[in-house]
Design a protein around this ligand. Sequence first.
Ligand code: NAI
Length: 340
Amino acid sequence: STLRRSRSGSRHLLRRPFASSSAVPERKVAILGAAGGIGQPLSLLMKLNPLVTHLSLYDIAGTPGVAADVSHINTPAEVKGFAAEEQLGQALEGADIVIIPAGVPRKPGMTRDDLFNINARIVKSLCTAIAKYCPNAIVNMISNPVNSTVPIASEVFKKAGTYDEKKLFGVTTLDVVRAKTFYAAKAKVPVSEVNVPVVGGHAGITILPLFSQATPATNALGDEEIKALTKRTQDGGTEVVEAKAGKGSATLSMAYAGAVFADACLKGLNGVPDIVECSFVQSTVTELPFFASKVRLGKNGVEEVLGLGPLSDYEKQGLESLLPELKSSIEKGIKFAQAN
Ligand code: NAI
């Protein structure tokens, strides 16, 4: 039966070399902003990831407590906490992946771009340290506005002579997570089977879920329902910001999404084939220098940036209307990095 086959399938998985602790390659993951709303649950989830051998937790406030707490969990990853700026180098040295959820989150009424002035500076200083202490690491940028912070990181790395476009990722996984959840509920399909690519960027209308490519496919959804699903995905962050009423933005779902994306990067590094996730990366898919689309991950980070595939007329329109906003957010980031 299917059940028996899937059971023996998972037993087989356990015997694969990377799943047994002795054969796991050494992988150090550093989280910058580890004591924050996202950083804490993300630290927890990365401590649970069997592919992580060293977990480095850095924040300018509160790290010792978070590191001590997480370190008591009886999983193999060895946890170290780093608190003050003079410890940032140690936190980063030897890192294979650096995840950055450092910075301020939105409050009701704010757009992601309103965070620009504070977060641009934080991202710039952290990326300067990455260029110095772990220039070969894969960077997972969570700090908003992602549409601008990723271009800032690229400029910092270019200036330092360490830029590798295959290793810089804007984390847009939460948009995919939301699109999957909302689609599954509306289409009445099992959420664990759902896949929905989300392309463009990571703010408002620049978030473009491609429900025409969603699987399992359904013809139960009409144009109005697709529009509503698109809007809810684009406004998912705001839904949480408003519900938290001044106490920040998505942290738990974001930590989950960040952990999913980092796990995909780790699998890619370890040579697991066919790892595909959507991410905001350097791209030639459109005329813009950065764009989110499906990306195949490999031993060097990006192995292949995949195209958009066939779009519905509604999605084509969405693509046209997002390009100018995304372009200006990218340029804003580049300008900031060049001027500062
Ligand atoms: P938070 O305020 O709870 O935590 C941020 C942490 O960063 C704090 O612990 C703070 O001490 C730390 N920090 C500040 N400056 C730092 C520096 N120079 N070095 C190291 N750590 C530093 O904020 P939260 O809710 O965790 O959000 C963090 C960021 O993630 C925000 O920019 C937010 O907009 C973004 N975000 C991104 C999402 C995405 O989908 N990419 C989704 C949700 C939030």
